[in-house]
Design a binder for this molecule. Structure first.
Ligand SMILES: NC(=O)c1ccc[n+]([C@@H]2O[C@H](COP(=O)([O-])OP(=O)(O)OC[C@H]3O[C@@H](n4cnc5c(N)ncnc54)[C@H](OP(=O)(O)O)[C@@H]3O)[C@@H](O)[C@H]2O)c1
Length: 317
């Protein structure tokens, strides 16, 4: 069984866009409301995190126009320009209800490109399948910017089984492959496995990008029932579920030990990769970036994946 290595780039779906097997999420880079950017961490910390990622071969970054109201894209753009080199940059279009035309997607993309300082993005994703615009219309808008060369690949996010199939078929008719679906997927959130979405993506060669792969910090083991995350995040999990999580974290620790002292966070990320998905953990500082990069270079045994599957059943919604 091959270990996951940062220099083993993988293609996004059937496209020629190559990404690292583990990408980095940048929602927290500039977001004050949810993540508290500017309080206990700031631009200097995320710049150091970025540097560690690049040193460790992690050159795939995920952002969105809505993250920090554009601040995440601006910070990422500054860091890319200051560093140079090859990156794979993914961003997202938010289908606000007042955005009613294909032109609005193109205008939003131009705004993202301006903030990122790029001529084109490697992956442009529809953030959520929100009404009132039909999926087929947004796919036509994506195909248009792809044909124009403003994007190298297009994808969706938070699309369920039926929506993913519709998006795939609508794009296929326009000669554009659906490269990816970005969904919440972790040991804490496995409903997509049971609903068949992962199987569908495998069948149609759509890459699955796993967001919140650390359960927004809960799978690192640093939060407990008596020490919950601060801010809005504390409402994501009940005390009861937090107590049940302790058993899973103990197993993750034991399994990590058997691989030469890997941490629960590294086990959580490796588990996602073993399932065939690309995790994009968020990082706020160099220490977190280095730890998450340590999810690469080794691989869980099949029996360990199975044991984690079983132990994580008790913490599903
Ligand atoms: N498409 C969508 O709708 C969607 C939704 C959500 C996220 N995303 C994307 O997915 C990315 C990742 O998801 P996420 O940020 O929600 O959750 P996550 O990756 O599960 O958790 C990230 C948070 O966990 C903590 N952390 C990370 N590494 C750590 C480590 N090694 N040790 C201890 N703590 C660590 C940090 O917060 P603390 O230090 O504060 O605990 C960090 O901000 C986002 O940045 C974004 O790009 C997409």
């Amino acid at each position: 069984m091959k270990a996951f290595k940062p220099d083993h780039l993988v293609p996004l779906g059937p496209t020629d866009v190559l990404v690292s097997p583990l990408g980095i999420g940048t929602w927290a880079w500039g977001d004050r409301l949810y993540w508290g950017f500017g309080t206990d961490y700031g631009e200097h910390d995320v710049a150091e995190a970025f540097e560690v990622c690049v040193q460790r071969g992690l050159t795939t970054f995920d952002t969105a126009e809505v993250y920090g109201l554009g601040r995440s894209e601006r910070i990422l753009g500054r860091l890319i320009r200051a560093t140079g080199g090859q990156f794979a940059i993914a961003t997202k279009f938010f289908p606000y209800p007042w955005r009613l035309s294909a032109g609005s997607l193109r205008r939003a993309l131009l705004g993202s490109l301006r903030r990122l300082g790029l001529d084109r993005v490697d992956l442009y994703q529809i953030h959520w399948p929100l009404p009132p615009i039909r999926i087929e219309r947004w796919m036509a808008a994506l195909a248009r910017v792809q044909h124009e060369g403003l994007t190298r690949a297009v994808g969706v996010s938070n699309f369920n089984l039926a929506q993913t199939r519709r998006a795939f078929e609508a794009l296929a008719k326009l000669g554009v492959p659906l490269a990816s679906n970005q969904i919440e997927y972790s040991l804490l959130k496995r409903q997509h496995e049971h609903e068949g979405l992962l199987d569908l993506c495998r069948e149609l060669n759509i890459s699955v990008i796993a967001y919140s792969p650390l359960g927004q910090g809960l799978l690192t083991g640093k939060y407990t029932a008596g020490h919950a995350p601060r801010g809005i995040r504390r409402f994501r999990i009940s005390d009861e579920k937090m107590r049940r999580l302790a058993g899973l974290l103990t197993l993750m620790g034991e399994i990590g030990e058997s691989h030469g002292g890997k941490s629960p966070a590294q086990v959580a990320l490796n588990w996602v990769m073993c399932k065939g998905a690309i995790p994009i953990p968020g990082v706020k500082n160099a220490r977190q970036a280095a730890e998450n990069a340590g999810a690469l270079g080794w691989r869980l045994e099949d029996a360990q994946v199975q044991a984690l599957d079983e132990a994580s059943l008790s913490v599903q919604d």
